[in-house]
Each structure stands twice: as structure tokens, then as C-alpha cells.
Design a binder for this molecule. Sequence first.
Ligand code: UD1
Length: 418
Amino acid sequence: MERFSIKGGKKLKGDVVIKSAKNSVLPIMAACIMTNETVVLKNCPKISDVFSMSEIIKDLGGKVFFDGDNIVINCADVNPVSIDASLTKKMRSSVFILGPVLSRFKRAIISYPGGCEIGARPIDLHIGGLIQMGVKVIDDENEIRCDASGLKSGTINLRFPSVGATENLIMAATLSKGETTILNAAAEPEIVDLQNFINTLGGNVKGAGSTKIVIKGVDTLSGSEYTPVCDRIVAGTFAEAVCMCGGKVFLKNADKKQMGSVIRLLEGCGADFIWHNNGFEVIMSDIIRPCGFLKTSPYPGFPTDMQSQTVALLSIAAGDSVIEETIFENRFRYVPRLNKMGAKIICKENEAFITGVNTLHGAEVDATDLRGGAALLSAALCAEGESTLFGIHYIDRGYEKAEEAYRALGAEVKRLSD
Ligand code: UD1
């Protein structure tokens, strides 16, 4: 079984290149289904979620391959047959296929996307939005069958600013007749990125980054070369690991404009930053100050995807902190593992009450989800003694060869597979 073996206690020093964001690359790959022409996506991470999306597009008849760090996609031969359920079960982001397939072919069949370790994650907002756009949806227990031949202009008011639903609805409207308005849209940088990508292909999407997005349908899209935005969550994860271990690391490509809430937190905890045109340095030489109270919320609030790593960081702060999780209902499963490493954290409903301890100690622990796994890895890197981290396939979903990146910074971490 694959696992990381980690000897903790090394300061982190050096450079990390941050690649394009998983949460941009996945919907943008799906959006490629809307064009017959070739698209080249640059600086993409070789992570298992990207490989799963490639498999889904190939299963539909598209061509997808990595050329160095670029992904080349051609969907001229895509055929909107139903997507193999075994592929959609693997990854929640398979739901992104629905919008672009409907946009181009006006019909789609998709199995329910995989259940998820961090919460129930229904897709009612995706489906409800499509119905408001005039799509006929037959929803049985196993699959969703959609007929978009009657797709019309209109306004969709989202009950909650869901990232995925906003992206799916933008794509569904891209090649439809008339004008679609999405109200209470999510405003994450990855949504702006999807808008910019679609517009680079000749689409007409405006307003992303605000709560109102307007899509004017176009007849066709072209090909393009495009570099998706850098991964603010991967950059934030490395920045917090530096704060936990001490040291000085340059995060190449990281964009401070998209990381305001995380940088403010880390400055409050005692980190220093040096800003450059192509990234920034994180320096930590002090004790970690606690944060008081922090809650996750939709962008520009504190990202839920940084919650686990931040709890790990605050577990060794000089004082107490409280973190409330407001986006997902089951995102504290890593906490008992962190406590096994010496942390003192009590979870009550959706809040984690953290009493800072001086040090963590090595232990045998297992990752239970992507970001929780990243949090346990950071904890093991700063802990006294040796740790073994199981369940690292979760970490591979979002971090490209995390062990090599941390080793390049001076950490002692090996991937074992015997
Ligand atoms: C995306 C990100 C994920 C991030 C999350 C919140 C991608 C590939 N994934 O996930 O990393 O943690 O945004 O920033 O971009 N909800 C419903 N009904 C729906 C859709 C969502 O009730 O139809 C709920 C979810 O259960 C959750 C909340 O809305 O409680 C937020 O979900 P959403 O913003 O849709 O997250 P994802 O797009 O799945």
C-alpha cells in the first residue's frame, strides 16, 4: 500500500513552482468539449483528478494527452453517449461534463457523480439551474437524462453561490440561443478563469468575479492556447507548511491577489512575505500566533479548501483558536489523526476548538480526503520523530508529487509502495 514515510523537524528552504489550479483546469478541460478545434492548456499539474477528467473526455470520444506540462485536447469526435458510470463515480468534478455536452449536443446522460468524503455534495443547484434554462431533466436513481432542445434565455437565481453549479451553467449557456443571467453566482478566481478561457475561444461571458454573470450564446467556439490561473490552494498549503516548519520558500507563480484572506491570516500568525512579480517568498522565524476566530466562506472569504491545513497550523500556535466550517458538513475527519500526533483539538458540530501545543510528534496516520491529507503531511513534516502517512492517493488528487516538492525544500519524505 502506498504511503509516505516522513522524518519531521526540518526547516523548509528553496523554491516551489506552483502550477495551474486543479479547480480551473478541470472545468476548462470539460469546456473543451464545446469546440471542434484543438486547445492547448499550459502549465497543468499531473495529478490524478486531471487524469480522471482526461479518461472521461476520452471515453466520450475526445483526444487528450500531456505534452510536457501542457495538456492537448481535441473534442472534434466527441459523441454524447452516456459517460461510463465507473468514471463519474471516481470524481465529483465529472458533473462538469453535463453543461458543455448539453451546450454542444443539446442532450446528455450522466450517472450521479461520486459521493464525497467531505459531505453529501448534492447537485440540485446544477439541475435546478438547467431546468430554469428550459432543459428537460429526467432524474432516476442512477442517471440524469437531459434534453436541452428547448434551451432558452432567462435568469437563474442560485440559492447558494455554488462554484460547480455556476461553472456548469455558464458552460450550458455558452452555445445556446439568447442571453442567460446567473444571479448569486460564485465569484471564485477559477470562475473568472473559465470565463476568460471561453471568451478566448470566441464565447461571450461577462461579469464573472461578481455575483451576476451574463452569457450571450454564440454559434461556435474555436481552438486556443491558454494558461489557467495558478493554484492558490496549493500555494497556500506550501505557505502554511513553511509557517509550521520554519524557513524561507519562494512560491513561483503564486498570485497574492487571489490569496488575500490566507495571506492576512498568515501575517497575523507571524509570517513575513517578500513580493515579486512572478510569485512571493514566505518567511517564518517566529512563534506562531493563534488566530482567535476564523470561519470559511465563499470567495473572497477564507477558503474551505484551506481549512484543514490551517487547523494543523494553529494546532502548534502559542494560544487558542476556533475555526468554523460553513461550506461542507463533514470536513473535520482528519482531526482525530492530528490529535494522535499530539494536537489538542475538540470538534463540536461545525467548529474546531484548538488549544495550541508546543510540538507535534510522529505517528502512523491515514488521510481521509485531499486537503485533510495535505494537513497531515504538513503536520508530519514539522513533528518530532517519524510518521507514516497512508491514504496518499487522496493527496495525489490535488498535489503533483508532493514528496518530491517537499524533498526539494529540504524535508525528509519518501513514497513507499511495498
Ligand atoms: C468546488 C471546488 C472545491 C471547493 C468548493 C467550495 C472544484 C473542482 N471543486 O467544489 O475544491 O471546496 O468548490 O469552494 O472546483 N451544494 C448543494 N447543491 C449543489 C451544489 C452544491 O447543496 O447542487 C452545496 C455543497 O454540498 C456544499 C456547498 O454547496 O455544501 C458548496 O459546494 P460547491 O460550491 O458547489 O462546491 P463544488 O463545486 O463541489
